[in-house]
Write a protein that binds this ligand. Structure first.
Ligand code: SD4
Length: 324
């Protein structure tokens, strides 16, 4: 009898052991997994995936995907064909981050550089700094061989703007950012983003995209998050750092993105009229997205292919006045 009992006990122990990993597996998504903002994100994820398949590193993949959006100046919001500032010329922001080593590089207010994401990567890999801005960032990019266009004509536009002349045809409404996150087959994470920022911005305005923890944040222990939308509404809340920290506390990427939209809407005088959208993924190959005030398309890619998905705006929570 004791032997039979022991046998039963060991059988149920073995069954429990066998089912434990299966439960964990069930909550896992595929790896590698890539996610990127907006419909043009699909071009970025596809190229990034191609780069991984060809043996490229995480950073090669992030850079390749984003460079293509910069090259195409997709949506008139990224790269040199992106939105002009109030003085009528584009100033570009970008950053890149790699999970292992918690490394990052960032450029802001960059003029006449074709691939800001490559400039950001060089800041990370070839300088002892994290962020360079304006003239210094352009000088560094040129020194490190990032493709550039002459900017002499910008001086003329700048002095006209400083003298009070304002271009009439400035797009003040539009803005978008390509933000690409990936977790590789081994569970390591990287991400990057690039934008011309808010159309019609004041010269010298820096948005959320090149600010770590605002437009992009990567934590190799947990996951990554990226933002798009009006930078002023993202950077006041360190939104992507917040999303990653919620994931660390056990929220799924989807829950974390939604929760941060709700919390920002609760804190902010504009509530859900804020223009903010987030994407996130975690080490386990799960992803999520959320938006405050509009439908938000994004692209997801795995080894088996890529697709364009979207989320509707979050359903607003009633304001209770207190912390929830
Ligand atoms: C910025 N966040 O500079 C960027 C623009 C953007 O969707 O992503 N718009 O404010």
């Amino acid at each position: 009898m004791p032997i039979r009992f022991l046998a039963l006990l060991s059988l149920s122990f073995l069954a429990a052991c066998a089912s434990a990993p299966a439960t964990v597996e069930a909550s896992r998504g595929p790896r590698p997994l890539l996610i990127a903002t907006w419909p043009f994100g699909k071009i970025a994820t596809d190229l990034a995936l191609q780069s991984l398949r060809a043996g490229g590193s995480r950073l090669d993949a992030v850079e390749a995907g984003i460079r293509e959006i910069e090259r195409l100046s997709c949506d008139g919001s990224v790269g040199l064909g992106g939105r002009p500032n109030a003085a009528g010329y584009p100033q570009l922001d970008a950053c890149i981050m790699d999970g292992p080593g918690h490394r990052a590089g960032s450029v802001a207010g960059l003029e006449g550089i074709v691939h800001p994401i490559s400039a950001a990567r060089r800041v990370m890999e070839r300088s002892k700094h994290v962020m360079l801005v304006g003239e210094g960032a352009r000088w560094f990019a040129l020194e490190h061989g990032v493709e550039a266009v002459p900017i002499e004509e910008l001086a003329e536009r700048k002095s006209r703007w400083a003298a009070g002349e304002r271009p009439s045809e400035t797009d003040r409404a539009g803005h978008d950012t390509v933000t690409l996150l990936l977790v590789d087959g081994a569970g390591h994470i990287a991400g990057g983003c690039s934008t011309s920022g808010a159309g019609g911005k004041l010269p010298g305005r820096v948005g959320d995209s090149p600010i770590l923890g605002s437009g992009l944040y990567v934590d190799d222990e947990v996951g990554a998050a990226g933002a798009t939308g009006l930078g002023e509404n993202v950077m006041r809340y360190c939104a992507t750092f917040w999303i990653v920290e919620l994931m660390r506390q056990g929220r799924s990427p989807q829950e974390a993105c939604e929760e941060v939209v709700h919390r920002i809407a609760r804190l902010d005088p504009q509530g859900y009229d804020l223009d903010i959208c987030f994407i996130a993924l975690d080490k386990h190959g799960r992803y999520g997205a959320a938006a405050s005030n509009s439908r938000f398309p994004f692209a997801v890619a795995t080894e088996t292919g890529s697709e364009l998905l979207h989320v509707e705006r979050v359903s607003p929570r009633a304001r209770t006045g207190g912390a929830q």
